[in-house]
Design a protein around this ligand. Structure first.
Ligand code: HEC
Length: 244
């Protein structure tokens, strides 16, 4: 019972109390605020600043140097150096067999002993002329095993001479074995260079196929024979062409 009268008593009196309190300040505050505002506006009028040109305001509010600019600028020379390295090193795989062969011949050791034009020097025989590579090796097959095994490899296989029946030469020693140093592609490309660029032989897949597997199989393991035969298969599909 007491709860019932307690509930009803405030609900009856509260709208009256809030209503009377709300009305009195609202009515008195509005004229007071208006009266206070109008003299203040008049006082402030002379103090309004000169208008700022929009481009000046834009320049002042614009962010100057972004926070990430310093590390980016610092890394720029490193990026430039890496970028230039990618330009300077074309990989041999991008070259055709002719260009790659010239590259191997001139930059991987052959020209050091045999000369850039194949003229030879001292004990290092010429690869051109009457005892040149295409005369000693009428077809590339035995030239391939010779370059793979070198003087010592040929001797280890019980051979006393190198070359085909036409121009057989005694093994004097000194020709390195390249089979462990160069890839099958590099050796084939270098031999192509010796036969074409140095000796003017025109590429013909039949000449390269002639006795190839028999000659290699006689001196080399089957796996290595397969690697070199794979180069021939590639050349048959896509014959080497000299650069224009
Ligand atoms: C260290 C010096 C040297 C280097 C490097 C060298 N050769 Fe030789 N090459 C010789 C010598 C010496 C002979 C003769 C070997 C002998 O009589 O036993 C020879 C012989 C040859 C022959 C036979 C030439 C002929 O007509 O009688 C060919 C082909 C050949 N080398 C190819 C190459 C190729 C290809 C390379 C590079 C991959 C190469 N040589 C690198 C020293 C070298």
């Amino acid at each position: 019972m007491g709860g019932g009268t307690g509930d009803s008593a405030p609900s009856d009196s509260s709208p009256a109390a809030t209503g009377s309190e709300a009305v009195v300040p609202a009515a008195s505050a509005a004229p007071a605020a208006a009266a206070a505002a109008s003299p203040a506006l008049v006082d402030n009028t002379p103090a309004v600043p000169d208008p700022v040109a929009p481009w000046v305001a834009a320049a002042q509010s614009r962010q100057k140097i972004p926070f990430w600019a310093i590390p980016v600028l610092a890394l720029l020379p490193i990026w430039a150096a890496i970028y230039m390295l990618t330009l300077d090193t074309p990989t041999p795989t991008e070259l055709g067999p002719y260009e790659a062969g010239a590259e191997v011949y001139n930059n991987k050791g052959c020209s050091g002993c045999h000369g850039g034009a194949g003229a030879g020097n001292g004990n290092n025989p010429a690869l051109i002329g009457p005892t040149g590579a295409t005369k000693v090796f009428t077809v590339p097959a035995n030239q391939v095993t010779w370059v793979i095994l070198g003087s010592a490899g040929y001797k280890a296989a019980g051979l006393e001479t190198y070359g085909d029946a036409d121009v057989v030469r005694p093994i004097g020693g000194g020709m390195p074995a390249w089979g462990e140093v160069l890839t099958a592609d590099e050796i084939m490309d270098a031999i192509l260079h010796e036969r074409s660029a140095l000796n003017d032989e025109k590429f013909d897949i039949a000449t390269w196929r002639d006795g190839f597997e028999e000659a290699l199989s006689a001196l080399l393991p089957a796996e290595q024979v397969a690697q070199f035969t794979a180069v021939l298969d590639k050349w048959e599909k896509d014959p080497p062409a000299p650069a224009a």
